[in-house]
Design a protein around this ligand. Structure first.
Ligand code: ZN
Length: 149
């Protein structure tokens, strides 16, 4: 009995660091009816093989009125993606389809909805990255820096 308890304690100590690492690789950001994100800066440890970003729309407006997505590109690619995204329309989540300048992107969601995207950070360390919402007119307020370090 005593021996079993000791083994359980050892197992918990061994698992704890893994749990901590997994949490650091899962980021959550919120979008609001006031056309804002809850963060201006996001950071992921380079030790993450993949990062999962969850976007929660905490407002109540529909996605054709106040839709939000979470898009990640290199800083220099942002404006071109926004322009092409506006032309692509809501049916394409305001993003040019199949464009490899888009590192990661969620679908466009409305109030009360949640979207997730998971992506590899293998080649992103040291890159100047920007996240933004590609809904027309939103990226002026809804953008921030993303760093893998
Ligand atoms: Zn938006």
């Amino acid at each position: 009995m005593k021996k079993n308890r000791l083994l359980t304690a050892v197992a918990l100590v061994a698992l704890f660091p893994l749990t901590t690492l997994a949490d650091e690789c899962e980021l959550v950001i919120e979008g609001t009816d006031q056309m804002s994100f809850s963060a201006k800066k996001m950071t992921a440890p380079a030790s993450c093989e993949t990062v999962k970003v969850t976007l929660k729309h905490t407002g109540s407006l529909a996605k054709d009125m106040m839709g939000h997505n979470w898009v990640l590109t290199r800083k220099d690619d942002m404006q071109a993606i926004i322009k092409a995204g506006a032309a692509a329309g809501l049916d394409n989540d305001y993003l040019p389809q199949g464009d490899d300048r888009i590192i990661a992107a969620t679908e466009v969601i409305g109030g009360g909805e949640t979207a997730e995207v998971e992506f590899s950070t293998a080649d992103l360390q040291g890159e100047k990255l920007t996240f933004f919402c590609s809904f027309p007119g939103h990226s002026g307020m809804m953008k921030g820096s993303f760093e893998v370090k």
